[in-house]
Design a protein around this ligand. Sequence first.
Ligand code: HEC
Length: 140
Amino acid sequence: MMQLMKFSLLILGAFLFVAFGCSKAEEPTTEGGSSATPGATTGKPGTGNGFASVQPIFQKNCAGCHNDASPKKGLALTGYANIMKGSSEGPVIVAGDPDASTLVKALHGKDGIKRMPPAGALPEADIAAIEAWIKAGAKE
Ligand code: HEC
């Protein structure tokens, strides 16, 4: 009888040792894993999809005509607020929907909107960047 009790205490002790040993060893691993992953993913899209990612494209290819001094068709492509305000016809950006955005139609020269810039289409990569920015919500 005594032998059996000693044996079961030993089993219990071993079980507790393993259980506590594991939970203590796991904590730092899960914390380290969960804090490293979101940190790496939130940083990149946040900066990659903001207006800063497309501002140089507008500055270089559009602001010569769509500037603050005498914006063509009332559309100034010089800063976030002006772009979102749109032209004398109304907004040219539909946040989240590139295909419905007049500005994207102009980049492709489709749906009766005159191709922009008039001298020739932008490189595909620039058009894709603007479409991605609008699709991500056209954020500042
Ligand atoms: C050489 C001057 C010039 C450049 C450069 C230029 N535009 Fe234009 N843009 C115009 C003119 C002029 C109009 C008016 C066209 C018309 O209605 O006949 C216009 C119209 C537009 C419209 C239509 C607005 C509306 O509501 O109908 C959009 C959108 C537009 N431009 C976007 C751009 C973008 C984006 C760029 C750069 C990639 C750009 N433009 C570059 C001269 C220019």
